[in-house]
Write a protein that binds this ligand. Structure first.
Ligand code: DGL
Length: 272
């Protein structure tokens, strides 16, 4: 049930790993008074190569863990989990709201390039389901959409090899295989904002690059306002970081996504 005490609960943000910290950062900037709990399911990353059944099960378990802690809204900051499990998660969280990253990303793409050609770079699972294609076409009947799976970019971002010869060569190979440039290139995976530079360098100057972090933050702010769920406190919001494995790696890699240094002691390991 939603009542006035619900307003003071944190927002839950869930991803398969550390990539969703780019979304967390945008949400924190847009809503600095909200408490945030981030759960990265690092023990089971990557989700992008798994079956829809496993992805749904993992996402539901992670959500249950956040629900037990008490959250007022869930952000599924994982494109793959958003593509596969959003309906199941909405059912599980009801009547509380769930926001995925695919729809805000599609909205951002369509408003950046109306009637444009779009190239979605994402994981295998997201591409297999055509999640971005459906979301873009539902918003703009004149849009054309290509989707391409770029699994190796996840590993590059995890390794911190986000620039240089290797990143450049892999990005170019994926873009060639995808059929080249587009008006709008959508970073349809949480990890790809970190590889924005080599992606931009491989594209023509006219291509616009879009990711869903800031649009997701804007949708979150709007949803809280509409449901009267915004935190009434004027204190700065707290940030709690949970992972299912590897606090040291989470801190090292996650710091790059969050844009500030993290210590392993900032991360609590939880068991789902
Ligand atoms: N978080 C995933 C996504 O945005 C990328 C990493 C993974 O495959 O788990 O699709």
């Amino acid at each position: 049930m939603i009542d006035s005490s619900t307003k003071s609960l944190p927002i839950g943000v869930f991803d398969s790993g550390v990539g969703g910290l780019t979304v967390l950062k945008a949400v924190h900037e847009a809503l600095p008074n909200e408490d945030l709990i981030y759960l990265g399911d690092t023990a089971r990353l990557p989700y992008g190569t798994k079956s829809p059944t496993s992805i749904s099960r993992y996402a539901c378990q992670a959500t249950q863990h956040l629900q037990q802690a008490g959250i007022k809204l869930l952000i599924v900051a994982c494109n793959t989990a958003s593509a596969v499990a959003l309906d199941a998660l909405r059912e599980q969280m009801a009547p509380l709201p769930v926001i995925g990253v695919v729809e805000p990303g599609a909205t951002a793409a369509v408003s950046a390039c109306p009637a444009g050609s779009h190239l979605v770079l994402a994981t295998e699972a997201t591409v297999r389901l055509g999640a971005y294609r459906k979301a873009i076409e539902a918003r703009d009947a004149d849009a054309s959409v290509r989707e391409h799976a770029c699994e190796m970019l996840v590993a590059l971002a995890e390794e911190g090899w986000t620039n240089g010869d290797i990143a450049t060569a892999i990005v170019r190979r994926y873009l060639d295989d995808a059929g080249g440039d587009a008006d709008c290139v959508i970073l349809g995976c949480t990890h790809f904002p970190l590889i924005r530079e080599p992606i931009a360098a491989a594209l023509s100057d006219k291509a616009v690059i879009v990711d869903s972090a800031s649009t997701t933050a804007a949708v979150t702010a709007q949803t809280l306002a509409e449901l009267d769920l915004a935190n009434a406190s004027s204190e700065p919001g707290t940030l709690t970081l949970w992972a299912t494995d590897g606090a040291t790696r989470f801190a090292r890699v996650g710091g790059q996504f969050l844009g500030r240094a993290l210590e392993p002691s900032d991360v609590t390991i939880v068991d789902l």
